[in-house]
Design a binder for this molecule. Structure first.
Ligand code: ADP
Ligand code: ASP
Ligand code: MG
Length: 446
């Protein structure tokens, strides 16, 4: 049997009627069996998050207003998108918005709020399925809520996903399957999600579950760029990345990929391609097991970081001390990103402030604790081998006299991480870009 391909289209790729028509074209150019994962239309999840906040604040007037603004947007969207199936599409929209009005009419609760957030992907996939019908393209809608499940730690349960997905694929005669990104069920059977940007993760989980030939992430840019294009001018797409490099970039802030996208693909050695829906002929980026030693590939930055310092003259590097510290973070299920140690203190970073006060309290039994907030991790990623071509020297030249709070090098061959105040981020990204990539940029533009 021909292997399946998994294609994911992000919010911008499905955010306008002509874009959705373009997606129909893209997925029907060849007969290869496909699973198509869709995000919500661009802006929808943001609107639903804002709606949830007003609901939580019990601002009923604002909730009503926000629902109706979104409803109007969808009414005009389907009017423009459909010809024969207009009524069907209007009914579909009415269904979902009636449900949203009912959900938000009672007092706020977290489970119903997650159900509210799920409406974006539920609507986009139903609309797309209808559009395919209108275009005479046979397809089957797979409910992600019956496929993607989380275990008791909130992690995707790959084995269950595999079994669930297979039952849908075996039942059907179609070779084109449509499903929702982002949404899933938790181990209590409630509607949940894979966190913001999670449709990429859905695509890679489904790709791993069927051991797909490739996972294609279709978005609004021609691949992973060498620096954050929202901050640095003249960035360029990288042709190929290893799984490890891409995982570092995704984890350390390259928004084009959800931080967890890589591991399911890497586990089954499935190439991940990053492609541009608006410019489908562009090469994009291929992420695979292939490595290119000695090269610096890209720089990324992750905001919202807190640095915690624990200072203790008595026990710091004593046997078992770090374990005790780590156990506190484990207890609160908070991952640590960076760590540095000295004879009298250890500093580490986290990106989740939900349990910060409790963590600090627990750490205080072991020493003096200080927290620095509004920090960013800037990460230089590549297959760095050793300090080839004086990369560290180049990095320090770029930093100049700007203050670095922490530095991490040698943890893996793939990254150098710097912790800096967020206020300095743009400046640091620009100057690193100048020193590391200037030559490459001028070569490319010749
Ligand atoms: P989608 O809605 O398709 O999931 P996203 O907005 O999540 O798209 O991701 C694409 C965006 O990621 C790009 O428009 C770009 O602004 C941003 N981005 C940040 N860093 C990078 C990078 N290194 N390379 C490419 N895009 C990046
Ligand atoms: N719609 C969700 C979000 O905006 C998931 C995604 O687009 O990947 O976060
Ligand atoms: Mg995204």
């Amino acid at each position: 049997m021909t292997k399946l391909k998994v294609l994911k289209f992000g919010g911008t790729s499905v955010g306008a009627p002509e874009r959705l028509r373009q997606v129909v074209k893209l997925i029907t150019t060849d007969p290869q069996p496909k699973i198509v994962v869709l995000s919500a239309l661009s802006g929808t999840t943001n609107s639903l998050v804002a709606l949830g906040q007003s609901w939580k604040a019990a601002d009923h007037q604002l909730v009503k207003h926000q629902v109706e603004v979104l409803y109007d947007h969808y009414r005009s969207f389907v009017n423009e998108l459909f010809a024969q199936q207009k009524n069907e599409a209007r009914n579909l929209i009415d269904d979902h918005f009636e449900h949203m009005r009912t959900l938000t009419a009672v007092s706020f609760n977290r489970a119903s709020n997650r159900e509210l957030l799920a409406q974006g992907e539920l609507i986009s996939t139903r609309l797309f399925h209808l559009l395919l019908q209108e275009s005479d393209v046979e397809s089957q809608l797979i409910p992600a809520l019956e496929v993607v499940s989380l275990d008791e730690n909130g992690e995707p349960h790959l084995e269950k996903i595999r079994v669930n997905l297979r039952s849908f694929l075996h039942d059907q005669k179609s070779s084109l399957f449509i499903t929702q990104g982002f949404i899933c069920r938790n181990h209590e059977g409630e509607i949940d999600n894979l966190k913001r940007g999670g449709s990429d993760f859905t695509a890679s989980l489904l790709g791993a579950a069927v051991e797909a030939e490739a996972i294609e992430i279709w978005t609004d840019i021609d691949g992973m760029h060498n620096n954050d294009p929202r901050i640095v001018p003249n960035t360029f797409p990288i042709e190929s990345l290893s799984f490890d490099e891409a995982a570092e970039l995704a984890y350390f802030g390259a928004k084009i990929l959800h931080p967890n996208t890589i591991w399911p693909a890497q586990k089954y050695n499935i190439p991940v391609k990053l492609l541009n829906t608006m410019v489908p002929q562009a090469k994009g980026t291929v992420i695979s097991g292939k490595r290119s030693p000695g090269s610096v590939k890209a720089i990324a930055a992750k905001d919202g970081i807190m640095a915690i310092k624990i200072k203790s003259s008595r026990m710091l590097l004593a046997y078992g001390f770090l374990r005790k510290i780590f156990e506190i973070f484990e207890h609160f299920k908070v991952p640590i990103d960076m760590i540095t140690t000295s004879e009298v203190a250890v500093s580490l970073t986290i990106d989740d402030d939900e349990h910060l006060t409790a963590i600090v309290q627990a750490l205080e039994q072991y020493g003096e604790v200080a927290v620095d907030q509004e920090m960013s991790i800037v990460c230089i990623v590549g297959d760095l081998v050793v300090d080839q071509k004086g990369l560290l020297n180049t990095v320090f030249r770029a930093i100049g006299d700007k203050s670095i709070r922490m530095i991490s090098y040698g943890g893996s061959r793939n990254n150098i991480s710097l912790l800096i105040p967020t206020a300095l981020k743009s400046e640091v990204l620009l100057s690193l870009n100048d020193t590391i990539f200037k030559q490459l940029v001028s070569q490319k533009s010749q």
